[in-house]
Structure formats: structure tokens, C-alpha cells
Design a protein around this ligand. Structure first.
Ligand SMILES: Cc1cc2nc3c(=O)[nH]c(=O)nc-3n(C[C@H](O)[C@H](O)[C@H](O)COP(=O)(O)OP(=O)(O)OC[C@H]3O[C@@H](n4cnc5c(N)ncnc54)[C@H](O)[C@@H]3O)c2cc1C
Length: 269
């Protein structure tokens, strides 16, 4: 199937994007790497009246270390996250995104905005407590990652707003583990462990509509429990659904194992 017709605007600034989206009154879409949007258009699951291409906007493609953390522009490609050395958790997680062609086009802002429940960057953002800066008609506002993801493919970014950067905080330690059926597939389950200000945060992807904090597992760790006990708590507290790829007990078992591996990566046993 071919896309439904749309107007195309190549924006030169964030202000222009916001203006065009506002004029489109909910029928405009930002085009970044196109790796998720173009298939959606081709299947006619979306029929925007206008596409606003943000790829030529200057200043959105840079990675900047800040206060021990990392500020990532919306247009930073997944492949650049793999290559950077300031924030090893992001480098590791981004390696698991799709294939080379997808990593070389797909963007950080696009992945966060698309909010796929099995995508790596939303789980890293929620898992580390990253903040997302969006630009809209009244200027910029900042949203905590855990408030951003509302459901599968749904965020609190408004129709006339654009994500301009994501800021990941300083970590004292991290771990990442993912299970997928074949290399390059979306994750069945992934786990992110992020030590922030001495506290271990445990977050899972692929087990719900949004990234899921494994708070029971975190409490086990805070109470001096072992990684094994925390992994068991995580697998018991989640509420995954069965699908073609696995039953509920299978997903629980994999989730526990991913948490155990991510904790080991963070030096917690
Ligand atoms: C075969 C295949 C395999 C894939 N495997 C994985 C995988 O394993 N893991 C994974 O995480 N992803 C995977 N992806 C998706 C890929 O990571 C995409 O790059 C990403 O989801 C979207 O980024 P994009 O820049 O391509 O965004 P686009 O496709 O251009 O846009 C996606 C959505 O986000 C909106 N948007 C884009 N940028 C912004 C912004 N700055 N502000 C507000 N809204 C914005 C668009 O309007 C659109 O609704 C895969 C894709 C394909 C085709």
C-alpha cells in the first residue's frame, strides 16, 4: 500500500515546526528518521495532512556531557549513541536497536516520541529518571520520563510540541540485559538497572504498555536482599500478557533472569 497524500515542509527551525504543527491542528506529524513513521504511513494507520521534516534543523544532533550525565539532541541517531563513550548504558542499549540501517537513521527524539513498549531508549529514559525537553507554542517545558509515557505509542507530548533533547542523569553504576528471539528483533523483555544517588532503580521493558519500575525488587535491594531475591520479586510483581512470542510464565521467567543479569552488570549480586 502507498501513503495517503500529504503536504511536506522542510523546517529550518524548531519555531517553524511548532508553527506548522499548530496550523495543522492535530493533523501534522514530525518526520525524523522515518523508521517508525514511514511504515505507519504506508499501512495508512496514520493519514497526516502535513509532514514536517526536522532533519535539517541545526543544533539538534549533538551529544553533550552535563553534570556527569548526558544531554542528547533529538536528532542524535542511534548509531551515534552506540559510538559515544560518555554514557556506556546508552551505548550498550542502543546496540540492541534493530539493524545497522535502522540505527543509522532512527533518532533519539523519534524513539522516545514513538513510545514503543519494547523499544530500548524509552526504558533507559524511564530507568535512569531522564528528563525530556519539549518545545511548544509557549516555549520549552521539561517532562520526567516516567510522566511522559502514557501507554503503548502514547506520550504526554502535545500535538503541537516537539521533543528537542533528552537529559540523562549521572549514574553511579548501571546494568542492561535484553532477550529477543533473533538478533535485531524488538525485545521480548529487557531490564535496566541504574544506580542514581546510591539507589538502585530497576526498570523493565516489554512487560507492559510503558516501561515498568520493579519497585518490589528495588525494596528487596534497599533492605539488603540479594540479586536473586530481587529478580524473583521483579518476576512476581510484573503483569505481562501472553502473545505469539510467549506465555505469561515464560515472560515472568525471562524478566527475572534479565533483572538478575542487569543487576550483575551493575555489580549487585
Ligand atoms: C525493521 C525495524 C526494526 C526496528 N527495531 C527496533 C528495535 O529493536 N528497538 C527500537 O527501539 N526500535 C526499533 N525500530 C524503530 C527505530 O528505533 C525508530 O528509529 C524509532 O522508533 C523512531 O525514530 P525515528 O527517528 O525513525 O522517528 P520517525 O519514524 O520519524 O517518527 C516516529 C514518531 O515520532 C514522532 N517524532 C519523531 N521525532 C519527534 C520529535 N523530535 N518530537 C516529537 N515527535 C517526534 C513522529 O511524528 C512519529 O509519530 C525498528 C524499526 C524498524 C523499521
Amino acid at each position: 500500500m502507498k501513503c495517503a497524500p500529504f503536504d511536506y515542509v522542510r523546517a529550518g527551525s524548531v519555531e517553524e515546526v511548532v508553527k506548522v504543527l499548530g496550523e495543522a491542528d492535530g493533523n501534522g506529524k514530525i518526520l525524523a528518521g522515518g523508521q517508525s513513521l514511514v511504515p505507519v504511513l504506508a499501512l495508512r494507520m496514520a493519514r497526516p495532512s502535513v509532514l514536517v521534516d526536522v532533519n535539517r534543523i541545526p543544533g539538534l544532533g549533538s551529544i553533550r556531557p552535563v553534570d556527569g550525565g548526558l544531554e542528547v539532541g533529538a536528532l542524535v541517531r542511534h548509531s551515534s549513541l552506540v559510538e559515544q563513550t560518555h554514557y556506556p548504558l546508552l551505548a550498550e542499549a542502543a546496540k540492541w536497536i534493530g539493524h545497522t540501517a535502522i540505527r543509522s537513521r532512527g533518532t533519539t527524539g523519534g524513539s522516545i516520541a514513538h513510545a514503543d513498549p519494547s523499544a530500548e531508549l524509552p526504558v533507559v529514559a524511564a530507568g535512569t529518571g531522564a528528563t525530556i525537553t519539549v518545545a511548544g507554542p509557549s516555549g520549552e517545558r521539561t517532562i520526567g520520563a516516567e510522566e511522559l509515557f502514557l501507554g503503548a505509542l502514547m506520550t504526554s507530548v502535545e500535538e503541537d510540541e516537539m521533543i528537542v533533547r533528552v537529559t540523562f542523569p549521572k549514574l553511579d553504576g548501571w546494568g542492561f540485559a535484553e532477550f529477543s528471539r533473533r538478533h535485531g528483533d524488538f525485545a521480548l523483555v529487557m531490564a535496566v538497572v541504574a544506580k542514581v544517588d546510591g539507589v538502585a532503580r530497576v526498570t523493565l521493558g516489554g512487560v507492559g504498555a510503558v516501561p515498568v519500575r520493579a519497585t518490589s525488587a528495588e525494596q528487596v535491594l534497599a533492605g539488603g536482599g540479594t540479586a536473586e531475591e530481587a529478580a524473583r520479586a521483579a518476576s512476581e510483581e510484573i503483569e505481562p500478557t501472553a502473545d505469539l512470542h510467549g506465555t505469561v510464565p515464560f515472560r515472568r521467567a525471562i524478566a527475572g533472569e534479565m533483572v538478575r543479569r542487569a543487576l550483575a552488570g551493575a555489580g549487585i549480586d
